[in-house]
Design a protein around this ligand. Structure first.
Ligand code: 5GP
Length: 162
C-alpha cells in the first residue's frame, strides 16, 4: 500500500492524519514504509460507545493541531464500517481546502456500508465480524494485541475468557 501511495505523490510531503486511537499502529507501520517526506497529525472522533454497535453519531473529540490547506493529506483509518465516520471527515476536511485528500484504511467491512464513501487505498476487505487488536479496541481493551483478532462474545456480553 505504501508503495502505491508514494507512486501517486512521489515528490509531496504526505501529511498523514491518524484517526485516534485505532489507527495508531497502522499509521506507524505505514509511515515507515512510505519513504520521502511525511508529517503527522491526529484527530479524535467518537462514533461508538462502549459496545460493538455504532450509534450512527459522529462527534469530533479532538481537532487537528495544524491547518491542512494546500497539503497532500492522507486520512489513515483503522476500519471502514458503516462509512459514517469517513463521510463526516471528508466533508470536514474538504472545507479546509487541502491540495489532495486521500483515504487509506487497513480493514474494510464492505457489506456494512451505509454512507456512500470509498477508501482510495484498502488493506484487507473483511467480513462482518467485530475485530480487536493492532490498535483496535473493545471498550479500550485489546488494542495492544499484535494481530487483528475476531472478538467472540459469550453470554451477557463478556468476552470468552471472562
Ligand atoms: P464507521 O463510521 O465506518 O461505522 O466506523 C468507523 C469506526 O468504527 C472505526 O474507525 C472503528 O473505530 C469503529 N469500528 C468499526 N468496526 C469495528 C470493529 O470491528 N472493531 C473495532 N474495534 N472498532 C470498529
Amino acid at each position: 500500500m505504501a508503495r502505491e501511495i508514494r507512486r501517486g505523490f512521489p515528490d509531496d510531503t504526505l501529511h498523514l492524519i491518524g484517526v485516534l486511537k485505532g489507527s495508531i499502529f497502522f499509521l506507524a507501520d505505514l509511515a515507515r514504509e512510505l519513504g520521502g517526506e511525511v508529517s503527522f497529525d491526529f484527530l479524535g472522533v467518537s462514533s461508538y460507545g462502549k459496545g460493538t454497535d455504532s450509534t450512527g453519531e459522529v462527534k469530533l473529540t479532538k481537532d487537528l493541531d495544524v491547518g491542512i490547506e494546500g497539503r497532500t493529506v492522507l486520512i489513515v483509518e483503522d476500519i471502514l464500517d458503516t462509512g459514517l465516520t469517513l463521510k463526516y471527515l471528508l466533508k470536514l476536511f474538504e472545507e479546509r481546502k487541502p491540495r489532495h485528500l486521500r483515504v487509506a484504511v487497513l480493514l474494510d467491512k464492505v457489506e456494512r456500508r451505509i454512507a456512500d464513501v470509498k477508501a482510495d487505498y484498502t488493506g484487507f476487505p473483511i467480513p462482518n465480524e467485530f475485530v480487536v487488536g493492532y490498535g483496535l479496541d473493545f471498550d479500550e481493551r485489546y488494542r495492544n494485541l499484535p494481530d487483528v483478532c475476531v472478538l467472540q462474545l459469550g453470554s451477557r456480553g463478556k468476552t470468552k475468557n471472562e
